[in-house]
Write a protein that binds this ligand. Structure first.
Ligand SMILES: [Zn+2]
Ligand SMILES: [Zn+2]
Length: 440
């Protein structure tokens, strides 16, 4: 087969879907059917189109996977100065994820003949085929499979109905097969085999990061041991219990582990410097172009409020102020709280100053009460220690903090401008030093 018959198919499809005035009663039958506004009397016609289109999609995905694998075998990417078939597909306009999947499926096809046969009939979607291929790889990473074994695994996986079920079945088969190995064949129990560890980390369409972990018991134990003390509930300022679910507190604990790690100096270097969170701020904020938006080194664009929070206490971060791509250094030394000022803040606030919190000093950012960018000084009277949770509440959550006449931080809970201002709350340290619920 060459491209001619596919071209002919595509041409026919384009003609069929061509926009035609509804009163014209010739050609473009498919176009009229799918754009028909009134309830279609003959459901079968529409269902038939759906069934045929799904088969066509499956077949075309199979053609793409097979063709890109053939292109790789023939060395096409190299001749085009590209690395892999994925690059070829991306250049043709496929999304990175779909391109990588097509290449995976194409590469696996030669060892999965039963699957390939089913794909040739149009009944198997590429997502399912990919899951089967991944499932076989998963099992083979645990036990060696003969050709016969592999065929049996493929058959079992193909009996599932969704990619998620295929993945679950593959894990179950892997565990069974390893358990069936003679003891001398099992050097390390699966649960304790760190060579099987995996961490997937991806940024989703909303810009959030999603991760999945697959860890051996020892690393898992270390993770639990590290997170556990950081997961404890924090009572609200009025003493009522923390309403956040454990999943939220665990995620916050992970953030704390990362910040503590990044604050250490004993860790691997990257390009001769200790890797830090990198915030790239335009010189003139508010410029409505891409270059005028605050960005993080790995994660991309962030809101001005988050950029302010990160820039507020940059002991954990390195801040590059960027002007048309040229990094500038603007008096980092004066902007940051010095160790002496932090020590003074630690004495005054004794940890997170937010009422009811009191998390230890080592968890805290030093927040500028008046933003440094607004020309304020970096001094004890302009600083307050806040854990990241409560630092976030100041920058994002409508809480306000000011230095009272007692030269201690005071907090104003969120309120609507027209509502009467709520009672101001004294800092955690002040509350624990007196019996009075509020200051005189
Ligand atoms: Zn701050
Ligand atoms: Zn706090």
């Amino acid at each position: 087969m060459d491209a001619t018959c596919l071209d002919a198919f595509v041409d026919v499809l384009i003609d069929e879907l061509a926009a035609v005035p509804s009163e014209v009663d010739v050609g473009a039958v498919l176009g009229r059917l799918v754009r028909c506004a009134r309830p279609v009397v003959d459901d079968e016609a529409l269902l038939g189109v759906l069934a045929a289109a799904v088969s066509a999609r499956n077949l075309l995905d199979f053609v793409i996977a097979s063709a890109v694998a053939a292109a790789e075998r023939a060395g096409v990417p190299g001749r085009r100065h590209l690395r892999t078939g994925t690059d070829v597909l991306r250049l043709l306009g496929m999304s990175p994820g779909a391109a990588a999947r097509a290449v995976r499926v194409g590469r696996m096809a030669p060892v999965l003949s039963a699957l390939t046969t089913a794909q040739r009939l149009g009944g198997i979607g590429i997502e399912f085929a990919d899951a089967v291929g991944k499932g076989v790889t998963h099992v083979e990473s645990r036990v060696p499979l003969s050709e016969e074994d592999r065929a049996a695994v493929v058959t079992k996986l193909m009996m599932q109905t969704t990619p998620a079920e295929v993945a679950a079945k593959a894990r179950a088969i892997g565990i069974d097969r390893v358990a069936a190995l003679p003891v001398e064949g099992r050097v390390v129990p699966v649960a304790e085999d760190s060579t099987l560890n995996e961490m997937a980390l991806a940024q989703n369409a909303e810009g959030r990061f999603e991760a999945t972990l697959n860890l051996d018991v020892e690393t898992g134990e270390e993770l639990c041991a590290a997170l556990d003390p950081l997961c404890r509930p924090v009572p609200l300022p009025d003493g009522s219990p923390d309403s956040r679910p454990i999943s939220t507190r665990r995620a916050e604990a992970l953030g704390q582990v990362l910040r503590t790690y990044l604050a250490q100096s004993q860790r691997p270097m990257s390009g001769g410097v200790l890797p830090h969170v990198t915030l790239i701020r335009p010189v003139a904020p508010g410029v409505s172009s891409d270059a005028g938006v605050d960005r993080l080194g790995f994660a991309g664009p962030v809101s001005a409020a988050t950029a302010d929070l990160i820039a507020c206490d940059a002991t954990l971060t390195s801040v590059i102020v960027d002007y048309s791509g040229v990094p500038l250094d603007v008096g980092r030394a004066e902007r940051l709280f010095t160790p002496a000022i932090r020590k003074a803040l630690a004495v005054r606030d004794g940890g997170c100053a937010h009422p009811g919190c009191g998390r230890p000093v080592s968890w805290c950012d030093a927040h500028h009460i008046q933003p440094w960018s607004a020309g304020s000084a970096t001094s004890v009277d302009n600083g307050v220690l806040l854990c990241r949770l409560h630092h976030g509440l100041i920058h994002h959550g409508g809480w306000q903090v000011y230095l009272g006449r007692d030269r201690h931080p005071w907090f104003i809970p969120p309120h609507t401008p027209d509502a009467p201002e709520p009672e101001h709350l004294r800092s955690h340290a002040r509350r624990t030093m007196t019996d009075l619920p509020t200051a005189a």
